[in-house]
Ligand binder design. Structure first.
Ligand code: VGL
Ligand code: ZN
Length: 244
């Protein structure tokens, strides 16, 4: 065999060996795609820490700190970090103040859909609409709930069926698996995780990095997500997530 042919054979063998070896060593960067993280609505208005208008129990300073640290750790391990941001106009349909004679948390029907009426929250451009995690960590922040006529718990689409940029952006980043956490377990985390599963992503929800509006609906939400094939982890375990 000529020396050039010999070198070519060695290169080919090396190539064939490296493909399975790299796949085993780094599932995050192989043909299996990337793992994304969706930090859902960690915004002042949903926290007690910022005396939010729709403060969720346990969404205190310690929770914000824990979410911040987890997100930084995940970013450091090569996960691609995204966020959703509830971003309503002042005349939004979900605000009780926009319905004569209604109170916070009343349930009404709009065109056959049930709508919870919330205190005004996450109004576009207000201090408490800001996302309380280091914004430099995010590849993209997907805003939702901008249409005054429709609520949007899901980061993928609103109640009128209008899609956000989320699915397109995840696909652009070859994301196949998503880790979801944030606020609120029983509303936006649940809706975002279920839409992600329906869109074909492998979904993991980290319970300990979520806070819910009410214990009963949060418990039900976790069960519903599990029934959809979503993996619920009690707490963040990066090695475990890599193996899923
Ligand atoms: C949410 C109620 C209203 C949430 C948003 O982020 O879970 N909940 N808007
Ligand atoms: Zn909202």
């Amino acid at each position: 065999m000529k020396q050039g042919d010999f070198i070519a054979v060695i290169f080919c063998l090396f190539g064939f060996l490296m493909v399975p070896l790299l796949t085993m060593a780094c599932p995050e960067c192989s043909a299996e795609g990337n793992t994304g993280v969706i930090v859902v609505d960690v915004q002042g208005d949903f926290t007690t820490a910022k005396k939010g208008s729709l403060a969720v129990n346990g969404a205190d300073q310690a929770f914000i700190k824990k979410v911040g640290k987890a997100t930084k750790d995940l970013s450091g391990k090569g996960f691609i970090i995204f966020a959703t941001q509830d971003w309503h106009p002042a005349n939004h349909v979900s605000f009780f103040t926009n319905h004569e004679g209604k109170k916070p948390f009343d349930l009404i029907k709009i065109d056959g859909r049930s709508q919870v009426l919330w205190p005004p929250h996450c109004v576009q451009g207000t201090e408490n609409a800001r996302v309380l995690v280091d914004n430099n960590l995010f590849r993209a922040v997907v805003k939702k709930g901008q249409d005054p006529k429709y609520d949007s718990y899901s980061g993928f689409q609103d109640d009128g069926g209008a899609k956000t940029e989320m699915d397109k952006i995840l696909k652009r980043n070859t994301v196949r698996k998503v880790v979801v956490y944030g606020i609120a377990t029983d509303y936006c985390v649940k809706a975002t995780a279920i839409d992600a599963a329906d869109a074909g992503y492998k979904v993991i929800v980290v319970e300990d990095l979520c806070r819910g509006v009410a214990p009963e609906t949060s418990k039900k939400a976790l069960e519903e997500m599990k029934a959809k094939g979503i993996t619920i982890l009690k707490e963040l375990d990066i090695e475990k997530i890599k193996g899923l």
